[in-house]
Design a binder for this molecule. Sequence first.
Ligand code: GCW
Length: 665
Amino acid sequence: ADDGYRLWLKYDLIQDVKLRADYARSFTFISTSSDSPMMKVTVAELEKGLKGLLGNSPAITRQANVQKPGIILKIDKNETPDEEAYHLFRKNGQTIISSRTEKGLLYGAFTLLRAIQTHQNLDKLDLSDSPKIQHRILNHWDNTNGSIERGYAGESLWKWYDLPDNTDPRYVDYARANASIGINGTVVNNVNASARFLTEEYLLKVKELANIFRPYNIKVFLSVRFSAPKNIGGLATSDPLDPEVRKWWKEKAKEIYGIIPDFGGFLVKANSEGEPGPQDYGRSHADGANMLAEAVEPFGGIVMWRAFVYKANPNGDRTKEAYEDFKPLDGQFNKNVIVQVKNGPVDFQPREPFHPLFGAMPQTPIMMEFQITQEYLGFATHWVYLAPMFKECLDTDTYAEGKGSTVAKVIDGSLHGYKITGIAGVANTGSDRNWCGHPMNQANWYAFGRLAWDYALSSEKIADEWTRMTLTNQPGSVQTIKQIMLQSRENTVNYMTPLGLHHIMGHNLHFGPMPWLSKSARPDWTSIYYHKADSLGIGFNRSASGSNSVGLYAKEIRKQWGNAGTCPPEYLLWFHHVSWDYKLSSGKTLWDELCSRYYQGESAVENMQNQWNSVKKDIDPELFRFVAGKLKVQQKEALWWRDACVLYFQQFARKPIPAPYQKPQ
Ligand code: GCW
């Protein structure tokens, strides 16, 4: 039975005998030029894959056998300068993976395996590929005690109490999975960081992880606690302009690089949600970031400084605050600093417009932070395929430098000539056997990696690959599963937060609906702060007549989103407070449209259940049963969301639920 452990790296025997024999004839040997650790894992993966998929064990050799066809791994200094690029092609019957470095060969090998797993015809194989973004990183929000902040697949993967002496074989499988989709960095601890990670005790543990990940081209990074000089350094202050503090960080960096020579650098959450930071000493984010940047600079490290900051201001607008803090600092950061910005200006909601900082800092590299784990998307009980959400953001035009200035072009560096580029995803991995809690949401880890490598891939293509590698190659079922996946995010938005609603979820846990939440430790943690429903209407007025956060965007966007009449319905209540009778382009009133989306969203989950039932014959029985059970939970929760929200808002709208949705008495 399939327990989901192998993720998309399933190398089960291809059932189509002819296809299998065709492939087997082409891969009689694997020839390599070195036995470095990276080459070794590359060859081992090909061997494992071919053995599983084709049932034959190719010979491993230093010499290509020109008489017989095989795979040739070739370092070629004439290949494109990007170290991670590869050229995968057929020549005289041989399958050649060629790259300037072993990194490219590693990625080329996984691409070849993917092609076989998805049953591609390789006769005319000729693919040159390279990543569009340099740093493709997972962010783990994992703590020293083994728990994960917002992790929904059990506990942390990292067994800190066992490390460094004992290493879980799972770390290798983690690295294989990441390498297979091009992820080349991992921040192993929570951004709400414990200073303990910077102690020698923990650095030696992290070193073991780095040793395991290195052959897979994965660098290790740490989240750091800004007040570490005080917490563990015995200093009286952590003021970034204090010479002793600066010295402490420099020495700490030297110590880290002595232990982990290819350490990637630091990720920092500062002056956000109670975390310490430079503003505690009247200094700016740039002062803080630059101090750390200076410390890691001699060793080639980078600092990823998060822009997720907002103050408790009952009359303010949270969507403006990061922009107001960071925009004035453009140009003040050291060259090895990159500012990490969440995709939207609130916080990983089911749908948000892109963050106004994208495109607004031409002199400061900006990187993307997506959330793969489903903090606001039903945790690991809801099947939601996130590629369409990631793409929606990446493909949006910021107009920062005129038409065509997409968010993707900001973060790949092409728009403003950034020298460092990056994209991070908050991981959905954990200690569950199936890694992600919900086996179908493994696709989100996969999709994040594939889009980090190449954001031009379509959600459909990625879903197709993942389904074939993970579930089945049967065309009818592949089609149905893709349909489920491609609609799933819109469905979820419909039953949770349609028409631009946001932040109306359960308190603290961020689970289930709670639109009535009116009191919390902070006003901007309530729901009523965001939806502002009253007898007249609903929505947050962020147009020029309101908070004017729409004013932070380029004029083309302001013009469109700033008027309720031209604002896309997806963002309507994000930017406008409109009356319950407001007429939408659909011809329906706001109230009717809101109800219809909530009801459609819920019934779509019932439809997902039917669709899933229809693929039963092609799915492993254990996996089928498990996902069917998850869908039952999701259906109940969709109903919960629908009824809670519709009935709550109805108190303000004072209108009946539209006829098609009324239950017979
Ligand atoms: O939305 C908030 C979450 C916090 C998280 C924070 C962040 C890591 O509720 O749990 O802390 O985002 O991204 O820093």
